[in-house]
Design a binder for this molecule. Structure first.
Ligand code: C6P
Length: 412
């Protein structure tokens, strides 16, 4: 008998760690294929959250009482874990944010505001999420800089030769997505960074989709900024990480003013706190940040290479099976992909696909996935998107395929 990866990877025991998976939707066992939108949470994360509120809820960095000290220690332990998770050199290079979106806005409004002058250029790619488009549009409008866009091929890959043509002495910032949420494309970010650095430009990587699937090493990539969200890495919503090289963060002005980000305040003058607190004004999302560590520990314990290999098997299996469906076209056929399959079906609106699949207990995302310019590039309004995580199985993909046949039957 053929041995498949799912026999080796302990998917059944992993599934036991995710209580939400054990339910029916419309009378059918839930198949959760909306992992690119947000991942489900394993029991250790849920327990860490409850434990925080039951045992050591307090404000951090200010109190000298026992609970405050415990809360501070746990919050800061997440910073150490996040540093390790992306292999940053220093803990103070890890700034907690609300998520990827806030991280990009922070860099645009601090570093961007500081360096961009009229005539300067910011380069993004044609497959960016709106979070990595709009903040740059805003800062370009505010500073007189210009936004340039790297085009994308029909298979959903960045055209590197076009990128090289866009680069010049005017380029100050390159902001690109590591992995596309709509297509699954893994971009050649090492090359993108190298080429930008040759012109003295700094590079921000949107790691929202990469962080749960790929081993991240910001030092080896030589990324200047790297942002991601906890909720896409099996952690709670409302927390994210901005990594920045220390010398860049040190030279940047603060993002928001308030408590915690200061050393001394008088009505005449305020001196700002040291890194990373300079960028963490106000009481942060302590509980979710504490529980985020449990998520990072969980993923680390299973091991991203094993997860990546398993998910790649799911991608190959799903791609093969879905391509067999008459009238179904996969959008995004890059050579390097994570486990995302975006597709359209002849004559059937993506929303109808999503609704009918939901009646089968199958959760997919439909629409433009916050990448409207990319959808325009492909001449479509949106896609249906199945995105797989470490707890998904080949059997669930079989259910998706059967569900899609049902969609065809009902809509034709
Ligand atoms: N993409 C999706 O379904 P936030 O919302 O800040 O956690 O992440 C924003 C974001 C930024 N970049 C990329 C590549 C993303 O995929 C996302 C979130 C979700 O595809 C929700 S639109």
């Amino acid at each position: 008998m053929e041995t498949v990866l799912s026999d080796i990877f302990a998917v059944e025991s992993i599934r036991q760690d995710f209580p939400i998976l054990n339910q029916t939707v419309h009378g059918k066992p839930l198949v959760y294929f909306d992992n690119a939108a947000t991942t489900q949470k394993p029991r250790p994360v849920i327990e860490a959250l409850a434990q925080y509120y039951e045992q050591f809820n307090a404000n951090i960095h200010r109190g000298i009482h026992t609970l405050a000290e415990r809360a501070t220690a746990e919050y800061e332990a997440t910073r150490d874990k996040a540093r390790e998770f992306i292999n940053a050199a220093h803990r103070e290079e890890i700034v907690f944010t609300r998520g990827t979106t806030e991280g990009i806005n922070l860099v645009a409004q601090t570093y961007g505001r500081q360096v961009l002058k009229p005539g300067d250029e910011v380069i993004i790619s044609g497959m960016e999420h709106h979070s990595n488009i709009v903040p740059w549009q805003m800062i370009c409008e505010q500073t007189g800089a210009k936004l340039r866009v790297i085009p994308v091929t029909d298979s959903g890959e960045i055209i590197l030769e076009e990128y090289e043509k866009l680069l010049s002495e005017k380029t100050k910032i390159v902001a690109v997505v590591y992995v596309s949420n709509s297509l699954g494309t893994i971009n050649p970010v090492r090359e993108i960074i190298e080429k930008a650095h040759a012109y003295g430009a700094k590079v921000l990587l949107d790691g929202a989709q990469a962080s749960a699937h790929l081993d991240i090493d910001v030092q080896s990539l030589d990324a200047d900024f790297y942002v991601f969200s906890s909720h896409k890495v099996y952690g709670p919503t409302g927390v994210g990480v901005l990594y920045g090289k220390r010398e860049l963060l040190e030279a940047m002005p603060p993002y928001q003013g308030g408590g915690e980000m200061i050393k001394d305040v008088s009505f005449e003058k305020t001196t700002y706190n040291e890194l990373p607190y300079k960028f963490e004004a106000g009481t942060p999302n302590i509980a979710d940040t504490v529980a985020f560590k449990a998520a990072l520990d969980y993923v680390t314990a299973i091991g991203k290479p094993a997860v990546g290999e398993y998910e790649h098997d799911l991608l190959t299996y799903a791609t093969g099976a879905m391509q067999e469906i008459d009238g179904l076209r996969i959008v995004g056929q890059a050579k390097e992909k994570i486990s995302v399959v975006s597709f359209v079906m002849d004559g059937i609106h993506h929303q109808d696909i999503g609704i009918i699949l939901d009646t089968q207990g199958i959760a997919v995302r439909t629409g433009h996935h916050c990448t409207q310019p990319l959808m325009n590039r492909f001449g479509i309004l949106g896609t249906s998107r199945a995105s797989f995580a470490m707890y998904n199985t080949r059997e669930e993909i079989d259910r998706l395929v059967r569900g899609l046949h049902k969609v065809k039957k009902m809509m034709n």
